[in-house]
Design a binder for this molecule. Structure first.
Ligand code: ADP
Length: 381
């Protein structure tokens, strides 16, 4: 596979021409550009220095050559996360330099437009405390989720993208062969338009799971809840579901991305609706969703707690671990994407909060969202 940037600026890692090359030569940072297969296409001088090599010694090598066997899975996972745009936290890896010395490097990365992966590293060998305990804990908690995102997203994306490329190619062949002005060319054009739409949808879903868009703004949580619920009322009425709201009178203003929080509420309420419809064919007094909003405390800091509870069949214990996994769904084909809870989880996590399933003793499911009143990133008073 050829990469535009490597072509323009030279593959020898020693400079090439243009701003990008100068940047790589002079910027005081560890930068690598990798192919999706993990081949080093370009390395900054600092990256080479950390490994006691020259940039040209790195180019063309597999990035995995520089990590120990135990760290290979973490390295591969980071690479998959970057290529699918879901790297939520930096990953710390130990690299082995030419002399055998080991360097501790904290990596972050992003996918470049041409498909290559841009990795930025910070050498924390001398001060490993640079990565705080919290960050490490968060990284470990995320590791499980991200492992499934990395594996599932890459699996699904490949499953969809490969046949999609074939469809696009065949449609193009039809266009090339079609008599001018006939239906065949026009229909094949439609196939291309729709296939491109699907490709975009797959990309969007994967990027969306990352959920880091927009500014935090101060809002009244009751207003956010109300606007989300207003979107569900017609659908709940149609399904003969009663919506019960318990909103505490005095709630603090919270800093959040309101549209994202609305989306979490929508996902939870619509899941509750689906669970109730599955459990009860028609009208039933138990066909009820209770949504409550109250002020609470989490880890000693004020938060607001939203609970969405229903009396459906609940979540079997064996599935409780899996429902937040991307693409996990027990709904019939075409009904569920399996993304609602994983996206909601990502949104709440990015707000510094927690989304948990509280299993209801008498059946049913109850989901709880804690959102800090003032998450990290919100301006001070
Ligand atoms: P989807 O709704 O597309 O299946 P989600 O990520 O929103 O994707 O949910 C994943 C799975 O979690 C659902 O398929 C279902 O098995 C389970 N689930 C979510 N909400 C509920 C609920 N209120 N009651 C029972 N099961 C639920």
């Amino acid at each position: 596979m050829e990469y535009a940037m490597a072509e323009q600026d030279g593959r020898d890692g020693s400079g090439g021409s243009g701003d990008a090359a100068r940047f790589f030569d002079t910027a005081p940072g560890i930068f690598l550009i990798l192919s999706v297969d993990g081949v080093i296409l370009r390395a900054s001088r600092m990256a080479a220095r950390a490994l006691e090599l020259l940039p040209e010694d790195l180019v063309g090598r597999q990035v995995t050559d520089f990590v120990s066997e135990e760290e290979l899975p973490a390295m591969m996972r980071a690479r998959d996360e970057v290529s699918y745009g879901v790297m939520a936290a930096p990953v710390v890896l130990r690299a082995t330099a030419a002399s055998g010395a080991s360097r501790l490097i904290s990596w972050d990365g992003t996918a470049c437009d041409d498909g290559s992966l841009c990795m930025v590293g910070v050498d924390i060998t001398e001060n490993p405390e640079f990565v705080s305990r919290d960050a490490v804990d968060a990284q470990m908690r995320q590791a499980q989720k991200l492992e499934s995102i990395g594996t599932l997203a890459s699996g699904v994306a490949h499953e969809i993208n490969n046949p999609l490329n074939s469809i696009l190619n065949y449609a193009q062949l039809i266009i090339d062969d079609a008599p001018p002005g006939g239906d065949a060319g026009e229909f094949a054009g439609e196939i291309i338009t729709e296939s491109n739409r699907l490709a975009k949808l797959v990309r969007n879903l994967l990027t969306f799971a990352r959920t880091d868009a927009g500014d935090l703004v101060p809002v009244n949580p009751a207003d956010v809840l109300e606007s989300a619920l207003s979107l569900t009322r017609a659908s709940l009425r149609r399904d003969m579901i009663t919506l019960e709201e318990k909103v505490e009178e005095w709630l603090p203003e919270i800093w959040c991305r309101p549209q994202q929080v609305q989306q979490v509420i929508l996902n939870l309420v619509l899941n509750a609706r689906d669970a109730l419809n599955e459990q009860f064919a028609g009208r039933d007094p138990a066909k009820r969703i209770t949504v409550s909003l109250e002020a609470a405390e989490r880890n000693g800091s004020p938060c607001i707690m939203l609970t969405v509870a229903d009396q459906g069949a609940g979540v079997p214990e064996a599935l409780a671990e899996r429902i937040f996994d991307p693409f996990f769904s027990t709904k019939p084909a075409g009904m569920g994407t399996g993304l609602g809870l994983s996206i909601s989880y990502g949104i709440v996590r990015d707000h510094g909060g927690a989304l948990t399933l509280e299993s209801g003793a008498g059946g049913g499911a109850s989901f709880r969202v804690c959102l800090p009143v003032r998450p990290a990133g919100a301006p001070e008073d």
